[in-house]
Design a protein around this ligand. Structure first.
Ligand SMILES: C[S@@+](CC[C@H](N)C(=O)[O-])C[C@H]1O[C@@H](n2cnc3c(N)ncnc32)[C@H](O)[C@@H]1O
Length: 398
């Protein structure tokens, strides 16, 4: 492997301060202590190599950027932009494994700094607080917390062994010593509990019971709740006694890669499912609701076990399908040729009926933004509600 060129530390510090200035000016950095952390933590230690996204007419391609192969100044400048830098594809590919561009699905990254600092400030740990992070990734956000709170107050869990190992090396090189765990963060890290706060930089379909047990009553959980229709929302929960928690969704269109144990099942054999007997009727809403931030979230709440699949059957056109593999139910949206759409539904559940009903109650409530939704967690159920806990509500998947 080519040795990386010597790093221009002075230039790196300059770029880091430019980034901190920008995050402050744009309102993302709201406290002197977090500003100082961004100005201090060397992001370049955590993203020595990454993938640059390029779009070709056919597909999204990922081009490896590796110092030593690439222009060192361009690399350093890119490292200190407010962008997500993808560091792993398909659960195993690292940029140093490749010479040319590839297709793939991002499975680890350094999240864009503005989002990291925004979430850390939403979490709002005070001096002396102990924080659990789920999704170490490159370790950059872990290092920011170490800089702000002290390494002895930070624990971070990463499920991917190779990412965890690289993060450990980078965090150590940057001079921090948090507790780092390679394992499933949905189980938390009971040995370090109780925590004052938990921040997840991967998303979950439901709030794991272990988090409610390991964050002390009165403590805070910041996480994105997502699902298999790709809906997502950032929620801030205050933990109560006995496995309870509650709170509201926060502003912004925030999404993260889904926690690996919560990923949608593989879609083999779907073509056979889609040709089952079906009812057909005009749809009240079409596939456009699956491309809009809030209606996508609402539709997902209504069909928590369903996943989105775009595919063609029998060489026909590409169509939008919502499929619940567990019950073998499906809804297929078919353009009616007049600008509207028909829906074909089969299996025991009428998935699109449920999605339309939820979207209709959201519209009747004035089509409010996501900040009007909240989440109440009890030991038996997790309910997302609209307006107030007494308003329309939907259970997250069991
Ligand atoms: C967006 S990245 C994290 C970004 C990171 N905080 C940073 O600043 O570099 C999400 C990470 O969550 C990890 N992950 C996914 N499921 C997980 C789980 N169940 N437990 C712990 N980590 C998980 C992924 O492997 C990935 O590295």
């Amino acid at each position: 492997m080519t040795e990386p060129p010597p790093l221009d530390e002075h230039r790196a510090a300059e770029l880091r301060h430019v980034l901190a200035d920008r995050l402050e000016r744009d309102g993302y950095l709201r406290s002197a202590a977090w500003r100082s952390a961004v100005g201090t933590v060397p992001r370049h230690e955590f993203v020595r190599a990454y993938f640059r996204r390029t779009r070709s007419p056919q597909a999204t391609m990922w081009t490896p950027v590796v110092p030593g192969h690439d222009d060192a100044e361009a690399w350093l400048e890119e490292v200190y932009t407010d962008d997500t830098l993808v560091t792993q594809l398909d659960g195993h590919l690292h940029p140093t494994d490749l010479d040319g561009s590839v297709q793939g699905n991002p499975t680890s990254s350094s999240t864009l700094p503005s989002l990291v600092v925004r979430m850390l400030q939403d979490l709002g740990p005070q001096d002396g607080d102990r924080v659990l992070e789920v999704g170490t990734g490159t370790g950059y956000s872990t290092a920011l917390m170490c800089e702000r709170l002290g390494s002895e107050h930070v624990t971070s869990v990463e499920i991917d062994p190779a990412a965890a190992e690289r993060a450990r090396a980078a965090i150590t090189a940057a001079g921090y010593e948090p507790t780092l765990v390679n394992g499933d963060g949905l189980l938390g890290h009971p040995e370090g509990a109780p925590y004052d706060g938990l921040i997840a930089t991967c998303s979950v379909r439901t709030v794991p019971r272990a988090w409610l047990e390991q964050v002390r009553p009165g403590g805070t959980i910041i996480t994105t709740v997502s699902g298999w229709l790709y809906g997502s929302g950032l929620v801030k929960l205050t933990v109560g006694e006995g496995g309870t928690a509650g709170g509201r969704f926060l502003p912004g269109t925030v999404s993260f890669m889904i926690a690996r144990p919560h990923a949608a099942p593989a879609v083999s054999g779907v073509a056979g499912l889609l040709i089952q007997d079906a009812d057909e009727r005009p749809a009240q809403v079409g596939p456009e609701v699956l491309a809009d931030w809030t209606t996508q979230f609402v539709a997902q709440l209504a069909v928590p076990g369903a996943q989105y699949i775009g595919m063609s059957t029998d060489g026909g056109p590409m169509l939008d399908h919502v499929v619940d593999l567990a019950t073998r139910s499906f809804a297929t949206l078919v353009p009616d040729g007049r600008g509207g759409c028909l829906v074909r539904q089969g299996g025991p559940l009428r998935l699109w009926d449920a999605a339309e009903e939820a979207i209709s109650s959201w519209r009747k409530a004035g089509a409010p933004p996501q900040t009007e939704f909240g989440l109440t967690v009890t030991p038996d159920r997790q309910r997302v509600w609209l307006g107030s806990p007494e308003g329309p509500a939907w259970d997250l998947p069991a």
